[in-house]
Design a protein around this ligand. Sequence first.
Ligand code: SAJ
Length: 443
Amino acid sequence: MRFKKICVIGLGYIGLPTAATFATRGIKVVGVDINSQVIETLRSGNVHIHEPSLRDLVEGAIHLGNFSFSSQPEEADVFLIAVPTPFQSDLQGEYDGRKYKLADLRAVKSATEAIVPHLRKGNLVILESTSPPRTTVDLVKPILESSGLIAGEDFYLCYSPERVLPGQILKELIENARVVGGITPESAKAGRDLYATFVKGEILETDATTAEMVKLMENTTRDVNIAIANEFSRLAERFGVDIWEAISLANRHPRIHILSPGPGAGGHCISVDPWFFVEAAPDLSSLIYQARQVNDAQPSYVIEKVKQAVGLLANKRIAALGLAYKPDVDDLRESPAVEVVHLLHKEGAQVTAWEPFKPDAILPGIDMASSLDSAIYDADAILLLVKHTEFKNLKPENITSRTRARIAVDTVNAWDANEWQKAGFQLHRLGAGQLPMTDPSSP
Ligand code: SAJ
């Protein structure tokens, strides 16, 4: 199948890099977004998201004359949907006393509806948005067929999940293996042909529902693994063990890879996707549900740690370093660090936050600092929430004279307790229980 023109609907973290990558491979791409500000930003040569090298890629594609932007779809050979699938803010489901979140598929639905007037025989439609199992066959297919065309006969229809890691999107988009699930084998084949224009990793064909499940299983596995790491860190504190040392030793086993504890599992994927399983089959997802509970409780656990370090929180000045959901990205969505500062504020602490990747973020009740120094200088305690490279490289002896604080709390194992102690700080680390050493000289 030959592809001359692609319409990519949704120009976010996935849609924009994907669209720009196609456009640099000689295909005409129309990027569609309902947000007029996004369209204006892109038309003016800027990029609205922070991702290494993305700006250059988009600029290059525009320069080639292959990349244009619009607020609505138009006729094309391929329609690729990459819109968000958040959860509903006002509704919850309940099963056996367990409350669970519900997927909000309105964006997928309206993007699909917007394609209908432009759908022609021989087209290929691909859903990339992470979605509950059976979304392609039960939601997308019937909407597209309202055009009078039959999926699998008149046009091809696929589900193909993205698997890229924010911070490395452009590289992983090309190098990662890509699963393409078709509603018929011919659809999968058409999807393979499309991604083969830039994917260097393996392209694996399957059916659409399997591909949906594959995506959810990947992120759910990561969530469950992070939950066990968080639970281990609580156990370690109880038993006077340093979890970071214990994990590094356990990971010397050839078949064990324990992930890192921290303030929680955030972002738009890991903390959202497992709920799609719970919603679709709550009676079969108790472990998945429990892992979500453990990870969602981590910010409260951090608050207890801070209390242990500084005592009552009321009117304490806390300098919170990092708000992003993970290191070296500017994305604050579902960020556990944001939850931590909200909880601190709720308990009466005066929080000044410094997020070098998003200094202009606005969070109710939180003072945003304009530099590291302005965050820490008048603080009672420094709280590290994200392992950004610049925080990891912070030398405590360089900041002793720049802050009033002599207490620091590290939730991500970035700082060395001895170094901080030498520089005059009392460092509290998440997961570091004090091991009562047996004294060999005692009888
Ligand atoms: N985290 C920990 N401990 C760890 C690893 C991560 O607490 O050992 C936390 C992070 O700090 C963050 C959250 O988990 O808050 C998620 O971060 P992440 O790096 O695990 O994942 P994402 O959300 O940036 O990207 C994931 C990736 N999925 C997997 O690794 C299975 C990526 O490949 C997917 O494309 C992406 O979700 C997505 O879009 O679904």
